[in-house]
Design a protein around this ligand. Structure first.
Ligand SMILES: Nc1ncnc2c1ncn2[C@@H]1O[C@H](COP(=O)(O)OP(=O)(O)OP(=O)(O)O)[C@@H](O)[C@H]1O
Ligand SMILES: [Mg+2]
Length: 337
């Protein structure tokens, strides 16, 4: 067993392995580019979506259907926040896009070309679709630089000098210029996660998948990691972000996909989703993120806030706090309309 196989989340991204097994392909996504503009000539044809899912179904070997007929497109430079209750299928969705989980039906296409066909080179796909996990998944026996060079040198066969220069450049950008020689155990959680983001960027992905990358971090570290993600957004990186940081999702996303029980039940702009969710399920979900101070009981059994007129103290619904207060300006020239 090689070192690459020690960490199951990472090994598939670095080593060529058998790709997802796909059952009968259904839905209109086999050729997304053609489906978008069937009649237009090449000159008039708009760019295909960076990522496109059509009728994706994921059934685990025990028969549990984790994704059911999931269909959506992601434009280049678009940022999608994937929200939903625990167990609704968010991680499964990202793992399917990255080829870490086989799908049983549907198609996934990158830049208009299906990657769910039998001849898919998953090693190549995983270079085009980067993924960052909650638990960093760094190799403990390698330095920061060693972790960063592994994929570029072993998989992409890039020159060491070029890859090292790029690694140091990216480390500097995330505030870790002086930590290249450290081992993961010498870093804080936030620092490890920033290294994990840089590792994904080292492969020069077209799409980046972030799966609750701040869920294990203390609040201060959450901020430092999310700031890096905001910078990526400003750079125009196409991203699918699974997060429980609602105010962050609201600030960064172009669109929210709300999943429940393996299905997309709602998709909207963040402003619409967070202020006027269309479904009861989404309303219930958003209510989980509101904290209301319980009325304290006095000796008389009446709440402190009791106004003596029989009326209950008014509760003001609170939306999520905008995060950050001044969102980083993002380039608009190439934004999807
Ligand atoms: N290997 C597996 N075998 C069977 N069922 C699984 C497997 N992995 C996940 N599931 C189930 O699939 C469903 C979706 O899981 P998933 O991890 O995608 O949820 P999630 O939305 O990411 O949840 P969370 O917010 O808690 O991370 C869950 O009900 C889970 O129990
Ligand atoms: Mg998850």
């Amino acid at each position: 067993m090689t070192a690459l196989h020690l960490i199951p989340e990472v090994a598939p991204a670095l080593a060529p392995v058998a790709g997802p097994v796909v059952g009968p392909v259904v839905g209109p996504g086999a050729d997304v580019a053609a489906a978008v503009t069937p009649d237009a000539g090449p000159a008039a044809r708009p760019a295909p979506p960076a990522l496109s899912l059509r009728g994706v179904r994921k059934e685990y070997p025990n028969g549990f259907v984790a994704l059911d007929d999931v269909t959506f497109d992601v434009a280049e430079r678009e940022i999608i926040a994937i929200l939903g209750p625990s167990g609704c299928g968010k991680s499964t969705l990202l793992r399917c896009v990255n080829g870490l989980e086989p799908i049983q039906a549907g198609t996934i296409a990158l830049d208009g070309a299906s990657v769910t066909g039998p001849g898919t080179d998953w090693s190549e796909v995983r270079q085009r679709v980067g993924m960052v996990f909650q638990n960093y998944e760094l190799f403990p026996h390698l330095t920061v630089l060693g972790n960063l060079l592994l994929g570029p040198l072993k998989v992409q066969k890039r020159a060491k000098a070029e890859a090292t220069e790029r690694a140091l450049e990216l480390l500097a950008r995330v505030g870790l210029a002086d930590r290249a020689g450290d081992y993961p155990r010498q870093l804080s959680g936030g620092q490890k996660q920033r290294v994990a983001i840089v590792r994904a960027l080292m492969m020069q992905p077209e799409v980046l998948l972030l799966d609750e990358i701040t869920a294990s971090l203390d609040p201060e570290m959450v901020r430092e990691v999310l700031d890096v993600v905001l910078e990526l957004a400003a750079d125009g990186m196409t991203m699918l972000i699974v997060t429980h940081e609602m105010s962050f999702a609201r600030a960064i996303a172009d669109r929210v996909l709300f999943l429940d029980a393996g299905q997309i039940v709602e998709q909207a702009t963040p402003d619409v989703f967070f202020t006027a969710p269309a479904t009861d399920r989404a309303k219930q979900f958003l209510n989980l993120f509101e904290f209301r101070t319980p009325t304290k009981k006095t000796a008389s059994g009446r709440g402190v806030g009791h106004r003596g007129d029989g009326a209950r103290p008014e509760r003001q619904p609170r939306g999520p706090t905008p995060w950050p207060s001044q969102p980083t300006p993002r380039p608009t020239a190439h934004r999807p309309s």
